[in-house]
Design a protein around this ligand. Structure first.
Ligand SMILES: *Cc1c(COP(=O)(O)O)cnc(C)c1O
Length: 371
């Protein structure tokens, strides 16, 4: 089998998605399955849909287009504010987009008129994490103008926490979102359809709360794919944390000193590394590097330790493991290691199917991209 490779177990992803969909359904909350870490893989999107997600969300229009061309039958939401320069593509391929700038919504309206389409808009509200969002005091005015724009359908409001500053979703900030829904409904005499409370970081809040207010949708990526919640990276009860694993191949294995010899300048990344002397170690090199993964986001097998990385090499203290050249090692990944591995054309993606057959996927170079 080719190395390095990501092994993607669709049964485990199905189980994770299905479990979350069912648990959240009991709270009256639907799941938008976020596909950005899979580069919009139509196959994984298909599994999300079988598991009952109500829509798909992606931050890149290219991924949404790839899923469209593969005829993935779902409502698709562009979850990053559309670029003005991509408004036409967003209107053409996404059913809904999350927005924070009225200028962009005006442009979406123009493009929707030209294309004779209707485009749904969810307005994102700033609730403390200081990434995207309209300041709460400005929301009513933005809703008013959104409602007035031709071919634009005001679908609801949402928020995103825990991404830039790590602000946790809690009863207070979620109650603010619910209150805003009430005030929009009272002001305009309408019913707000979507109240999108956040991402995988909302999991602890949702299951510790008896009253989740008006929140009726969550956008979930990491929790489905990796089985963890991102605030403390704790595994979610009953979910697989090994649905996606990384396999790399050993190209050197030697006993070496743990401390370099000679004068120390900068390394390949402009850092001045410091090392502690722990005598001689069994040093193993794997043929994968910073081009392909985030080394800080990898978990190596028990008894081994990641001690360094450069563009093409990953270095391990392999302890008492006798790893010979050609041997393969398996790693667990966090989200940042996963997205990088998914985007690397040097990492083969192997999808494990239901009947344990394996299919090699090449969706990094084989994607139908718009010219
Ligand atoms: C990435 C993203 C998500 C999904 O986040 P996860 O932590 O993977 O669940 C949801 N909403 C927005 C706006 C995002 O950018």
């Amino acid at each position: 089998m080719p190395a390095p490779r990501l092994e993607i177990d669709l049964d485990k992803i199905y189980h994770n998605a299905r479990t979350l969909v069912d648990r959240l359904a009991s709270r009256g909350i639907s799941v938008t399955g976020v596909s950005k870490a899979t580069l919009g893989s139509p196959e994984i999107a298909g599994v999300f849909l079988q598991a009952g997600v109500s829509a798909l969300g992606d931050s890149r229009i290219e991924n949404i287009e790839a899923m469209r061309y593969a005829q993935v039958p779902a409502s698709m939401t562009m979850i990053r504010s559309p670029m003005l320069s991509q408004a036409e593509r967003v209107v053409r391929h996404a059913d809904v987009s999350l927005n924070t700038e009225i200028e962009v919504i005006r442009k979406l309206s123009l493009e929707a008129q030209k294309a004779n389409r209707r485009h749904g808009v969810v307005l994102m509200v700033e609730l403390g994490d200081l990434r995207e969002g309209i300041m709460p005091d400005d929301l009513i005015d933005t809703v008013r103008e959104t409602l007035s724009l031709p071919n634009i359908v005001f679908k609801g409001i949402g928020t995103n926490l825990a991404c830039r500053s790590g602000v946790s979703p809690d009863s207070q900030n979620m109650a603010v979102l619910s209150k805003l829904v009430d005030s929009i409904e009272a002001t305009f005499g309408l019913t707000v359809d979507i109240v999108s409370g956040g991402n995988s970081a909302n999991i602890q809040w949702v299951f510790s709360e008896t009253d989740t207010g008006r929140i009726n949708d969550l956008r979930m990526g990491e929790s489905i794919l990796l089985g963890c919640e991102p605030l403390h990276r704790t595994p979610i009860d009953g979910l697989h944390t090994d649905a996606i694993t990384l396999i790399a191949e050993v190209i050197e294995s030697k006993v070496k000193p743990s401390r370099p010899t000679g004068e120390i300048g900068q390394n390949a990344f402009g850092e001045k590394p410091t090392t502690t002397d722990r005598g001689h170690i069994m040093q193993t090199i794997l043929a994968i590097g910073i081009q392909d993964i985030d080394p800080c986001g990898l978990q190596s097998p028990v008894g081994t330790e990641i001690i360094g990385a450069s563009s093409d090499h990953l270095l391990l203290d392999s302890g008492s493991y006798g790893l010979s050249v050609g041997a393969e090692m398996m790693f667990q990944l966090n989200y940042s290691a996963l997205v990088r591995a998914m985007t690397s054309p040097f990492v083969t993606k192997i999808v494990k199917h239901h009947r344990a057959s394996m299919v090699q996927q090449d969706w990094t170079s084989g994607l139908p991209r718009e010219q």
